[in-house]
Design a protein around this ligand. Sequence first.
Ligand code: FE
Length: 333
Amino acid sequence: MLPSKRLLAVATLVTVAGTAQAADEVVVYSSRIDELIKPVFDAYTAKTGVPVKFITDKEAPLIARLKAEGANTPADMLITVDAGNLWQAEREGVLKPIKSAVIETNIPPQYRSSTGSWTGLSLRARTIFYSTERVEPSELSTYEALADANWEGRLCLRTSKKVYNQSLTATLIETHGAEKTEQILQGWVNNLATDVFADDIAVLQAIDAGQCDVGITNTYYYGRLHKAQPDLQVKPFWPNQNDRGVHVNLAGAGITKNAPHPEAALKLLEWMTGDEAQALFAGINQEYPANPKIQPSAEVQSWGTFKADAIPVEVAGKRQAEAIMLMDRAGWN
Ligand code: FE
């Protein structure tokens, strides 16, 4: 009698566990591509048995899709890059504010939404890069100083249509006000060596090729290019170390307003802010872990340390419209 009873108990447990697992899947909409998120989800599934399903697309269609699906959305979580985009998602009402002691412990407040609607997961500095052949680091100081006349015809920038530049400009407005920011932007535009570029990698390649001497890009693009091209004659410079610090933005996530599995999604999000996921998430793309207890990759560490701007990154969203207007007025294409 006893052995078969035990067998029945085991069978019942398996069934219950199987049911719980199906109910606990998490569905993610992500503007980050497959190769940047799948290893993290695979590690979570291996650890917990909870399946994570995801689709990837650009942030605008994903937010539009969440709005259109409303209460019928299958999505529990939205992952995207730049506080400007996360702030937009929050404003469009597709995210659910959450309160989590785990996330509050793991992620510094300037890298989270003040309403709890999203949290940063990995960080990237948008900093100055210079030609090691034509620029001495001692010639560099601040973002603002790139507007000075000695950089005339030497600066490369990416298009103002990219949210990364809009967010950087938003922090300039927060620091200096609109009038001074417009002057700085005009100085940058006057100093351009050539038309603006469609992406950050092209800016770095232009510096390497001698088309310009300095530029502003995100650090992970340098990480990628430097890995493929170790002899790159370009290095990062950390500006504004005597005042507010380097502009740091993030990739992050929030739980959707109509998440079918909100508890399971929160558990995944909390896990993503912890040790194992942070090292994975940041390391895959040469980013900085948003959890300051975790070390970045060896490549990222080789760039040295810097003081980061402590302005809450949600300013990027709040001042986005103003930033776009000023960039336009300054003639930044
Ligand atoms: Fe990017």
